[in-house]
Design a protein around this ligand. Structure first.
Ligand SMILES: [Zn+2]
Ligand SMILES: [Zn+2]
Length: 366
């Protein structure tokens, strides 16, 4: 580079829009880093400078065109960062505060939120805004809506790596045990040990389950399941998982069966593994049609409960999850198997979506 080149670089004018790098969805199998404007916060909003994020299975569905979002959207919904700019009306926060924001950002004011259904803010799945209906977290900066309800300050003694997975997979996985109302001493089966299923096993342990049975064929994930709280891991490709679960429970079936894949087969197996009066706690995202087999459902007379949960969000949820990490009850760092800079995120998507190199979750550093 010559001196002339340097001299020719124009001075940034105050009116010029500052830009950032962000992962933009252009259409099925078309994502890449683009330069877009750094957002500015309106009333009640905050812009954070992201320091860590990750890729979710849902982002892969978006990439493949299996979950529709509008072209031009910045994707990603798992943000850790530092407050960059505060909008008017946001109190109790300062520029420079480290914050964790849930994948789900409830407004805290609509009828759904005030009924306690935070994730359904404004209507079905309405709490999921980042990388779905508004620009998301795979970027250098992120606009956080309803900031007062959604910015959770990160305690000084916690690192970004310790909290990033709380935004989505941990909140979702643990919620399966909460929605399933796991009681002390319950027997719980978790079908599929992807990132969310692994967190569901951790959730069952946190809720006091007596026996946790995980169903998973991948040996790396099976090993991780034990680390996260599973007592027994059944390889369903080698054993009839339902028969084995029934054998382990003296023919009764489990108190709570958690479905963490989103497929007809696992949903059905979860129901078949359940005791009469038990709860099927479903986390999977299903497509097409889902049907209920009548025999394990006792033709509708078995007092079974089927519950579904979308990731709980909001700052209080994040604060509570961070308390679990802070006091040594939950450690999600083993799940972060790989780290990539934002510039190499396309590579990270490839690795994550093809489950290469034993990947479970990838940390993305903007
Ligand atoms: Zn997600
Ligand atoms: Zn709301």
């Amino acid at each position: 580079m010559s001196t002339t080149d340097i001299l020719e670089i124009p001075e940034k004018k105050a009116t010029e829009t500052a830009t950032m790098r962000a992962v933009v969805f252009r259409g099925p199998n078309q994502i890449g880093i683009e330069k877009v404007a750094i957002p500015r916060p309106g009333p009640g909003e905050v812009v954070i400078r992201l320091t860590l994020t990750t890729i979710c299975g849902t982002d892969v569905h978006i990439l493949k065109g299996e979950y529709p979002v509008k072209p031009g959207l910045v994707i990603g919904h798992e943000p850790v960062g530092v407050i960059h700019e505060l909008g008017v009306g946001v109190t109790g926060y300062a520029v420079g505060d480290r914050v964790l924001v849930g994948a789900i950002t409830p407004c805290g004011q609509c009828s759904y939120c005030l009924s306690g259904d935070w994730a359904q803010c404004g209507g079905p799945i309405g709490g999921w805004k980042f990388g779905n209906t508004i620009n998301g977290a795979q970027a250098e900066y992120l606009l956080v809506p309803s900031a007062q309800a959604n910015l959770a300050k990160i305690p000084e003694d916690l690192t970004d790596e310790q909290v990033v997975l709380l935004a989505d997979v941990a909140s979702t996985g643990i919620s399966a045990a909460e929605s399933g109302e796991v009681k002390i001493g319950d027997t719980v089966a978790v079908f599929a040990q992807g990132p969310i299923g692994l967190c569901a096993a951790a959730g069952a342990k946190l809720k006091g389950a007596g026996l946790i049975i995980a169903v998973e064929s991948d040996p790396i994930r099976a090993e991780m399941a034990k680390r996260m709280g599973a007592d027994i891991v059944i390889d369903h490709t080698k054993t009839d998982a339902v028969a084995e679960i029934r054998r382990l429970t003296g023919g009764t079936g489990v108190d709570v069966a958690i479905e963490a894949l989103g497929a007809q087969t696992t949903f059905e197996s979860a129901l078949r593994a359940l005791r009469a009066g038990g709860t099927l706690s479903s986390l999977g995202v299903y497509s097409g049609k889902l049907s209920v087999p009548l025999e394990p459902f006792a033709s509708g007379l078995g007092d079974h409960k089927i519950v579904t949960t979308l990731c709980p969000g909001g700052k209080e949820r994040m604060r509570r999850l961070m308390e679990l990490v802070r006091h040594g009850r939950l450690d999600l760092r083993p799940l972060l198997t790989h780290t990539f800079p934002l510039d190499r995120i396309v590579e990270a998507y490839d690795l994550f979506s093809h489950r290469r190199e034993g990947v479970i979750k990838v940390a993305i550093r903007p």
